[in-house]
Design a binder for this molecule. Structure first.
Ligand code: SAH
Ligand code: MG
Length: 209
C-alpha cells in the first residue's frame, strides 16, 4: 500500500526529496526521515493552519523541513533545531537546493537549551514538529505548550516506538519517556489530539484557543 501511495503521488519524480535521501546515504547519516505520506501531511497541515512561524526539533537531512517549508506562505518561516552542526549543514544545502532556503533558519546545539532561549525571547510558533531524541519528548512538549500561539499545532513522530510502546515488559528510558509524552498528549486539558498508527506513529495535537 505504501508503494501504491508513493506511485500515486509521483514520489519517484520528487527530485528535492530524493536528493535528501541520497545525501543522507552518501554522508552515512541514519536513514530516518519521515515517511513520504507523513511529509505530505506536514505540508497539508502547515497550509491548512496558515502557519506563519514553524519550529522543527530534529533536522537530519532536511526532509521534514522541506515538507513544512512547502506548506508555508510567502511570509512564513521555519526555525529548525539540530544538535549536529554537520547535519544542519546538509539539511541547509538540501533546503537551498529545493529553492526554500529563504524561509528556513537553523539553531545548532541541544534543542533543550535552544528551547529555553526561545521561551526567554518570548517568541511564538504556530506549528511544532517534534522529531529528535525520544527521551526529550516530554520536555519538548512542555516547551511547545509555552511557545504555542493560540490554535497552534503540535506534531510528533515515532510515538509508537516500533510497537515497544505497548509492550509493558519494555521499560527503557526512551520508551518510558514516550509513554509519558503520549499520555500527556492524550489527556492534556489544553490540547485536542489524535494519533495516527501508520509507520512509527504520529501524534497531532491542537492547542486550544
Ligand atoms: N525530522 C527529520 C528527522 C530527524 S532525525 C526528518 O524527518 O527529515 C532526528 C534528528 O534529531 C537527528 O538529526 C539528530 O541529530 C537530532 N537530535 C538528536 N538529539 C537532539 C537534541 N538533543 N537536540 C537537537 N537535535 C537533536
Ligand atoms: Mg522520526
Amino acid at each position: 500500500m505504501e508503494q501504491y501511495i508513493n506511485e500515486l503521488y509521483g514520489y519517484e519524480q520528487d527530485e528535492d526529496l530524493k536528493r535528501v535521501i541520497a545525501s543522507i546515504a552518501s554522508n552515512n547519516m541514519p536513514q530516518i526521515s519521515v515517511p513520504p505520506s507523513y511529509g505530505r501531511l506536514l505540508t497539508v497541515l502547515t497550509k491548512t493552519a496558515g502557519v506563519k512561524r514553524a519550529l522543527e526539533i530534529g533536522a537530519l537531512g532536511g526532509y521534514s523541513g522541506i515538507c513544512i517549508a512547502r506548506g508555508l506562505g510567502d511570509d512564513g518561516t521555519l526555525l529548525s533545531l539540530e544538535l549536529k552542526d554537520d547535519f544542519a549543514q546538509i539539511a541547509k544545502e538540501n533546503i537551498d537546493a529545493a529553492g526554500l532556503g529563504h524561509k528556513v533558519s537553523y539553531r545548532i546545539g541541544d534543542a533543550k537549551a535552544t528551547l529555553q532561549q526561545l521561551i526567554a525571547e518570548r517568541v511564538q510558533f504556530d506549528l511544532f514538529f517534534i522529531d529528535a531524541d525520544k527521551g526529550g519528548y516530554p520536555f519538548y512538549l512542555e516547551c511547545a505548550l509555552q511557545l504555542a500561539s493560540p490554535g497552534a499545532l503540535i506534531v510528533a513522530d515515532n510515538t509508537l516506538q516500533k510497537g515497544k510502546i505497548a509492550d509493558e515488559s519494555i521499560q527503557s528510558p526512551s520508551v518510558l519517556a514516550m509513554r509519558a509524552f503520549n499520555r500527556t498528549i492524550a489527556e492534556h486539558p489544553r490540547l485536542d489530539s489524535t494519533m495516527l498508527p501508520a509507520f512509527d506513529g504520529l501524534a497531532i495535537a491542537r492547542v486550544k484557543v
